[in-house]
Design a protein around this ligand. Sequence first.
Ligand code: SF4
Length: 234
Amino acid sequence: MLSSYFKGPNDLIKVIVSRNLPATIDRIIRDQGNLVPQQICYQIDHNLYLSITDRCTLECAFCPKTLGDMTVKGYDLTFDHRPTSDEIIEAIDDPSQYNEVVFCGYGEPTMRLNILLEVARNIKARGGRVRVNTDGLSNLVHKHDTLIELGECVDAISISLNAQNQEVYDRHCRPNLPGSYEAMLAFLREAPKHIAEVTATAVEGLEGVDIQACEAIARESGVKFRRRTLDEVG
Ligand code: SF4
């Protein structure tokens, strides 16, 4: 590990930096002398979060990234590069010291499915618990049933349901791929066959989003439901 920087108001967040020294130096220079190395991992309370990509299948209107803000709890998740599996594994250190290691950042982790699976298997082999926060579109993107592979190394999955119908979903999530809402629903319904703990989520307070209706979809799909607060990581 190159170093750790503690910056901002929340001492509970531990920033573990990239070991890619040239990219890190480049980033420091670009940030005009402020030490803001790329954060692969960041700790909030007793969970460790992994930021493995900046790419998304959606372009959510409510997302800070869409609005040009790459910070979480005051910490910058801007990418210098997409980290390798070795970099991510090295940055995690001991996964068993956390309640969960969560794939979650300003990007859809299943866009890098092979990297996600390799890192998740490593975390499991070292006694950690794995959760993936996803848009539920990996089957649509990768054109095969990714739940089979995910089920082998993922303990829990949180799927962004976000809306009770396609019209509201498209308005807020602005998917790039046609058929995204239906594909996400199919993924949600299939997920419990492969993954022990499945939770659908929706963001409270977005115009037209009926939280009760979203909860009913989750119940009918045999999964848990959690209402999310805008801008809250987890
Ligand atoms: S999927 Fe997540 S990271 Fe991507 S645009 Fe939507 S809210 Fe932002």
